[in-house]
Design a protein around this ligand. Structure first.
Ligand SMILES: Cc1cc2nc3c(=O)[nH]c(=O)nc-3n(C[C@H](O)[C@H](O)[C@H](O)COP(=O)(O)O)c2cc1C
Length: 386
């Protein structure tokens, strides 16, 4: 895996190791996968304008996110059920992130408890909250995250109902993942994965370890978490109870940002859930300028969806993002080779970001701004008034 040179190549390694249903559950999107594909195509449409006569002999791609220094402007997005990729799951992702000097957002549907993941390095972790249906459960979960020393609470707001992911329907995927006869059959040709899935560290059927630290777990596990509308009332309620930084993930229009920043939200993640929820939603990078303009410096703006190259990260920063997140890329790494696969994914991004920044004529990534982007290929910042 150390010889893998790109994220696309890592994806092929993941495909080789995983049963079809599991690969599809990670790789796929909703509906016709229009948004999922557009997340990448939109990055491809954007062209860069390198500055040739810049001294790039000394370079610095480090930055800060909500006051925390990170080695590069790339973080790991929350991905639930990482255990289906590899039994090391969130523990492996967290260790790799700490090693690379960046941040890992631990999913609200993780396979390990929030305390177990926090022990790897709370400073480098965000806790992604799927808001439970009732306040008592929510209060308990938020309290547990605070006691485990998570500094950032990242509430996902783009998943009010279960999405229509057709690959999963076709493959008969159940969540939590249960071993069916069909899967055992598929497992014959994927012995590495099957052995790890059945006998790896978490060789038990309980997928949602996170909720073990919380008594509402049983209630939520039966309905499968995540699918809950989050309203402005909930954001105010969370702001009153969470004393660390508050990030809202899943923002897709500028006109909602003012209310969020007025409510005291510190960070906004422009995201369509990697094209896994509403098919037909705009590509994240196309939405970014609208949200950056609306946030008006009152919150840090992050973006995820379709980022597969270091140059994609630079494009996002030039359009105003503070940093980017990636989901599938590290899940491919995890599936291909566990912790060392995630290490390699982070190494690929770090090298590509540094290399592209040098070729772009930008020695400090803080200096990235709109002149590095060809306006002809850039989306209009605001298509709607208000
Ligand atoms: C397998 C998988 C599981 C995910 N689970 C969650 C989750 O539990 N919570 C969440 O907020 N987002 C979740 N996401 C969305 C990611 O956080 C992120 O928004 C998305 O993957 C970014 O797009 P990319 O995969 O193209 O990088 C998941 C994505 C994948 C691929």
């Amino acid at each position: 895996v150390d010889r893998v040179i790109s994220i696309d190549e890592m994806r092929l390694h993941a495909r080789r190791r995983l049963p079809r249903a599991v690969f599809d559950a990670i790789d796929g999107g909703a509906g016709d996968e229009l948004t999922m594909r557009d997340n990448r195509d939109a990055f491809r449409r954007i062209r860069l304008r390198p500055r040739a006569l810049a001294d790039v002999s000394q370079r610095d791609v480090s930055t800060t996110v909500l006051g925390v220094p990170i080695s590069m402007p790339l973080m790991l997005a929350p991905c639930g059920m990482a255990r289906m990729a590899d039994s090391g799951a969130e523990i492996s992702a967290a260790k790799a992130a700490v090693r690379a000097g960046t941040i890992f957002a631990v999913s609200g549907a993780a396979s390990y408890s929030l305390e177990e993941v926090a022990s790897v390095g709370p400073n480098a972790l965000w806790y992604q909250l799927y808001l439970p249906p009732n306040r008592a459960d929510a209060e308990q979960l938020v309290g547990a995250a605070a006691r485990a020393n998570y500094r950032v609470l990242c509430v996902t707001v783009d998943s009010p109902v279960a999405p229509k992911r057709e690959r999963d329907f076709r493959n008969g995927l159940t969540i939590p993942l249960r071993v069916s006869a069909k899967m055992l059959l598929a497992g014959v040709s994927k012995p590495g994965w099957t052995r790890d899935f059945l006998f790896g560290r978490l060789g038990r059927s309980d997928e949602f370890g996170f909720y073990r630290s919380w008594s509402g777990y049983q209630r939520l596990a039966t309905t499968i978490s995540g699918f809950m509308p989050v309203t402005m009332d909930d954001i105010h309620w969370l702001r009153d109870r969470w004393h660390g930084k508050l990030v809202v993930k899943g923002v897709q229009r500028g006109d909602e940002c003012r209310a969020l920043t007025d409510a005291g939200v510190d960070g906004l993640v422009v995201s369509n859930h990697g094209g896994r929820n509403l098919d037909g939603a705009r590509a994240s990078i196309d939405v970014l300028p609208e949200v950056v303009a609306a946030a008006d410096g009152r919150a840090e703006v992050f973006v995820d969806g379709g980022i597969r190259r270091g140059a994609d990260v630079l494009k996002a920063l030039a359009l105003g993002a503070r940093a980017c997140l990636v989901g599938r890329p590290y899940m491919y790494g995890l599936a291909a080779a566990g912790e060392s696969g995630v290490d390699q994914v982070l190494r690929i991004f770090s090298n590509e970001i540094d290399n592209a920044a040098a070729l772009l004529g930008c020695s400090r990534i803080q200096d990235l701004e709109a002149s590095f982007i060809d306006v002809e290929t850039r989306t209009e910042p605001l298509r709607h008034s208000g």
